[in-house]
Write a protein that binds this ligand. Sequence first.
Ligand code: ZN
Length: 416
Amino acid sequence: MRPSFPAMAAVLGLGAAVAAQMDADVGAQLMRDWSVRAALDAARADEPRTIADQTRLCEIPAPPFKEAARAEAYAAAFRALGLRNVRTDREGNVLGERPGRAAHPHLVFSAHLDTVFPEGTSVTVTRLGSLLRGPGIGDDCRGLAVVLAVVRAMNRARVRTPGTITFVGTVGEEGLGDLRGVKALFRDTLKDRVDRFVSVDGAGLGITHLAVGSLRYRVTFAGSGGHSYGAFGIANPIHALGRAIAGFADVRSSSDPKTTFNVGRIGGGTSVNAIAAEAWLEVDMRSPDPAALHALEGRFQEAVDNALAAENARWDNRGQLSVARTLVGDRPAGGLPADAPIVAAALSVTRALGLTPELTEGSTDANLPMSLHIPAITIDAGGQGTGAHSLEETFDTTNSWQGTLRALLAAIALAQ
Ligand SMILES: [Zn+2]
């Protein structure tokens, strides 16, 4: 566990937040239940179908803010599996219920529909042996397919849970989506009705129990612009942008807690022989520690202020630049200790399957419920991935069934 955690736990008042208690031995107990074992067998036998779903869903484009086509296919899959009350909420999240013997505990079990890839990106998936290649194939087509596999296996083995599970495909997890789907879920669609939350996201077998928070800004320098020769000497937005990036790039952020920054996109200008009227950047800053994140944000704002002042004060300056900053991303930090019931349950079911659990930190849909003190984790969906968020993303299906079975057992355990 990270040394920075106890302080954070104190800040968040964890412990009081956890309502229902689960047995830390829940994994071993469930393995003694014949219907649970039948469900695990069904899921393992069905892994080829899960991989086929993963590929099929991935070949439906789901760019940021344009997830509707994939959402429609996901809703159809929910209906085909017999989930109740299948619907799409106002934000675009797809929901379907599998009632238990009671309404509570109410578990939300989800994966995200969106990708980071813009409209027009080729989303063809190719397969070579055990290796699938395609943008989004692991993050998070794998999670979407595993969620369907969980429902299918529970249906096949007629597993009845004490509590109710709402299965969800969320929109807007990535990038400038800024968790808009999960935010809407907890603000409107399922407000005050969720007891536990699981996001199934990406490849591997990790369990994310610490939420890395992030702040994202779009910063635009603007001026009059002009001819590169005739107007030479006026303050130049692109040059100011360069100064800001150079200034910020020299900042040395903390390594513990790991605190990072990245200018991920830049733009501006109209022609090589024109002084731009506008130049912009998008920056992402992350940390599991809110204080470290805000300190870093201060250094960023300072770099922008200094760049503006330096460009405006430049020799022979005949123009004045302005700068506008827009907060385009605000993902709250949060986390749970390893002995929090929801984390302990995830560890227990992983071990019950003979797998070695690993606790990790990340920035996922679970950030939001964690920040609301609702027990939440993100679990990896099995297999092995490379190149997430790149066009060369791959997913190795070798033993990927392990992730499916772990997700299945976690869903059953958390609906107890
Ligand atoms: Zn993801």
